[in-house]
Design a protein around this ligand. Sequence first.
Ligand code: TXA
Ligand code: MG
Length: 546
Amino acid sequence: MTTKWFKIESPADGTQISAAADILRGGGLLAIPTETVYGLGADGLNEAAVAGIFEAKGRPQDNPLILHIPSADWLARYCEDVPETAYRLAEAFWPGPLTMILKKKPCVPLRTTGGLDTVGMRCPDHAVTRAIITAAGVPVAAPSANTSGRPSCTTANHVREDMDGKIDGIVDGGDCAVGVESTIIDLTCTPPRLLRPGGLALEKLQSVLGEVALDKAVTQQLSADEKPRAPGMKYRHYAPKAPVTVVSGSPAQSGRWLCAHAPEGAGLILFDEYAPLFPQNVVRTIGPAADKAEQARRVFDALRAFDETGVSAIYAQCPDSAGLGLAVGNRLKKAAGFHTEDASDGRFVVGFTGGTGAGKTTLLRAFEKRGAYIIDCDAFYYERLRTDAALRADLNAAFPGVVDADGTLDRQRLGELVFGDAERLAALDAVIYAHLPRAAAHAAKESGAALVGFDAVKLCESGLAALCDTTVAISAPEEARVARIMARDGISCERALARIRAQKDDAAFRAQCAHVFLNDAASAEEAAIAAEQFIEQLCKQNKEDK
Ligand code: TXA
Ligand code: MG
């Protein structure tokens, strides 16, 4: 069978819309775009057409399909005793990524519902697809358009990979805006029960429904004899070929865990901030740690992308379960067969940064007084140059000849090579950043200390900040910094100023960090007291956050 390709930009494209609708009316199979993932559609009232969906996907017969409709007005055609809450949810969230399980009417074949007397109803937020359904005049049964067991398709090209030659047509309606499937809520029980977390956050459902029960299959692997309420939840979905391990814990904790445990060459699914720390791995990013909507859009793409790489194991960072994090985490955990490693290490790791003379030392000493293990990253770098052969080898590859035959690094030569040369400096930084943050995380772990401080001017640029539970910029008025540098290093006011100006602006340090410590006390004693109070507050806040 040749699969027809429809590129439909707008619901006003009547000719294309009716050509696509003809396929559905004629009992054919048509892949349709939705805001969540692509669906593999057929007339949901036509048993033979529905049978074709199961065949094309290789889907188990007992796994029911969702019916897609253009508006809530169609609910009563296919559902019995529609509760008032269904209309309230539709009013609030349709069209949108929400599927409601309702009692079915006899006109909906059991083949569509996998033998159940209930049916999933959804109104997708994609104008082209709603226009096609309206033109076809039938409810469209559509599971995700992937081959059974593969990650759902979020682009028309993914659909082509899985379905070319097996179905009548594919409607290319662009990339999916949400990226994970719809949230499924069962309205046939009290309280309503969340069967699958998805593109609509649980908190939003609760805002309309009040209490919502969580089906066990959402958070746990069911045993062989347990039956989930959404039959599809029992299958090992979304599975790349290599085994997946989800690393739970905050982003900083999972980042630190991976520094210590990820095997070289393993596949990693990471938040954007962590990618530069793992040049030795095959990395797919899913968006910034704080942007769950972006993670939802990219999670399936990341899972799909490993199959071409031949990695033998995959480790994934995972968002917390608030908002869309519940759906993203659920898809990752399902890909992992719920195999997780708990990265909580009970450690409180703080990154300190700031310009020269700002008074970083005062704060570091205050942290040390509470038992913190401090890693001065400059000193740590020089130590690693002596002790880390892999770092020296990479430096020698970037700057041939800086390491001599017996393995000693010529620091002076390296200094001369990069002095005043922005490109070479960047190359040097790249080598350092590829080694140092991971080594520092390792040293922090080895210390066994519950409190750890990283002291680094390039805290953020190096990627080290991402491994910290929080970060502090130390800031001080320029006159105070000048006076401190003059007293400390016995140099003139002009030279002290020149040193300050050679560094990044004070404001830039402040902008990069979660906290700012303004070191403007009149005396050293007062500064020390202020520093101790600041550290006490920081530690207290950390305990409260936990
Ligand atoms: O976002 C979505 O929902 C996408 C797009 C295409 O709309 N569709 C989708 O369909 O994800 P599918 O078939 O891949 O997943 C539907 C899930 C399955 O886990 C199925 O078992 C469950 O919904 N389901 C369908 N009807 C049900 C019913 N009557 N009772 C309980 N679970 C049901
Ligand atoms: Mg599916």
